[in-house]
Design a protein around this ligand. Sequence first.
Ligand SMILES: C[S@@+](CC[C@H](N)C(=O)[O-])C[C@H]1O[C@@H](n2cnc3c(N)ncnc32)[C@H](O)[C@@H]1O
Length: 383
Amino acid sequence: MEATWIATAAFGLEGVVSKELTRMGFAAKGENGGARFKADFAGAMSANLWLRTADRVLLEVGCFDALSFEELFEGARALPWEQFISAHSRFPVTGNCARSQLMSIRDCQSILKKAIVERLKAHYHLSWLPEDGAVTAVTFQIHQNRVRLCLDSSGTALNRRGYRTWNGEAPLRETLAAALVDLSGWRPGRPLCDPMCGTGTLLAEAAMRMAHRAPGLTRRFDLEGWPGVPARELQRLRKEAEEAFQPELVQGIEGSDIDPQAVELARRHLAAAGFDKRVPVTVADMRDCFRNEAGGVFLTNPPYGERLSDRKTCEALYRDLGAMAARHPSWSLSAITSHPGFERCFGRRADHKRRFYNGRLECEFMTFRAKAPVRTAPSSDEA
Ligand SMILES: C[S@@+](CC[C@H](N)C(=O)[O-])C[C@H]1O[C@@H](n2cnc3c(N)ncnc32)[C@H](O)[C@@H]1O
């Protein structure tokens, strides 16, 4: 059964998610907060397994206008919930309201829950719903009096790849890291180095891409427990993803960090993601970084110096990063930071800039092209 799905994305990543979907063969359209596409359950399973930059994959059950609680109740009750929610499903309802008549999230939540319960009780001829089965979470968004009701097919957010159980000081969200890998211009076949790699998020995302490893390979999605999904087909897609994973393809990706604990975590994460010893990570000061190969990409998430006391240290670090990049004229360098003086310290104006949020921090992602680029053959890397 074909339905409308929305791959939700963080601010600034909508276009990247839309392109990913297009590469996967869906007719996708970017919109505020994500990208919309049509697919059946198998298509949604593929999206969950393979999307690198989306937060969640939602099934749109319906949209309507509501100015009162009554309209909200009736609008929700009129939708075909029984197509997706069984007599036993657990269906928590969560959401948000903005610039609308109905602004109490808690009231909207309980009215929507009541409306869906009424609909399901009537359909299943039950006086109460046990809610003791698999989860089919309902999400609502009320924006300018327009209500959008969806089901969350992902469950835990998709940035949870399933390999990371230890966090360092300031890890990058995996979905943002995947987007930065893409936007840095790096493609498998070129060397990639993160000289301040922390717990290794950028390295892991690059390695997954190089090895055709589905980011969701080792985790489950709520969709897999939904009633009426073609279980065999979903298993087949999982198996296909397992067969596509070729860790032996990974080479030329390396990282280092000055903090031995961060390096230890990066190694553990990379091993847990299936790349044991395939991505060398060493304890080193970025200032001593020297790479022999030509035509690589430095990609890094340096400290931002958010605390005033750290600002000066950071500025000195950015200056030294500029000097390190200058020693590698055939390499490009991309970095994300919230520090407004990065380019001044680095000593060059960026060739490309994009704005993203890293958590709550508004950041710029800057790319400095190689001064003496090396021509490389194009590669087709995406599964
Ligand atoms: C914002 S964190 C990177 C987080 C990383 N992207 C992750 O996902 O875990 C910045 C890292 O820069 C490292 N760092 C700071 N100064 C450094 C230096 N001079 N050389 C190498 N690493 C340095 C810190 O130890 C820290 O791990």
